[in-house]
Design a protein around this ligand. Structure first.
Ligand SMILES: [Zn+2]
Length: 128
């Protein structure tokens, strides 16, 4: 038996059949799949992928994940997914992380839009 690298998005699937194909360029089929692959990209420091999957209207010009190296992503829980239309969906999630040794939670309702068959992260808000 060899050990399999489980995906950081906590799908309990190996990374190679979970988020990695999306990181390699395959279009994520659902907003939830895209959201998971973006969480994993944060965990792995895949800056380019995060920018590529950000909606052109809200995309920052750069990300400085190296400067955020103190942030350690610990886990993801998807709470709810709503498919509003062919082109709009929301995903509510809680991401856990540690910064400077302190455990934090990010609870977000993310909005996604589909453009030419690909999902993009549009904007996030606090669902509470
Ligand atoms: Zn994954």
């Amino acid at each position: 038996m060899h050990t399999v690298k489980l995906c950081p998005c906590e799908s309990k699937k190996p990374y190679s059949v979970c988020c990695e194909p999306y990181h390699n360029g395959i279009a994520a089929p659902t907003a939830e799949a895209l959201m998971r692959s973006r969480y994993t990209a944060f965990a792995l420091g895949l800056e380019e992928y995060l920018l590529q999957t950000w909606h052109p209207e809200t995309r920052p010009s750069t990300l400085n994940l190296a400067e955020d190296a103190a942030t350690k992503w610990l886990g993801l829980q998807v709470k709810n997914t709503a498919n509003i239309s062919e082109k709009k969906a929301t995903v509510e999630f809680v991401a856990r992380y540690k910064i400077a040794g302190k455990a934090e939670r990010l609870h977000e309702l993310s909005e996604f839009e589909r453009i030419e068959g690909r999902w993009y992260y549009l904007v996030g808000s606090d669902p509470r």
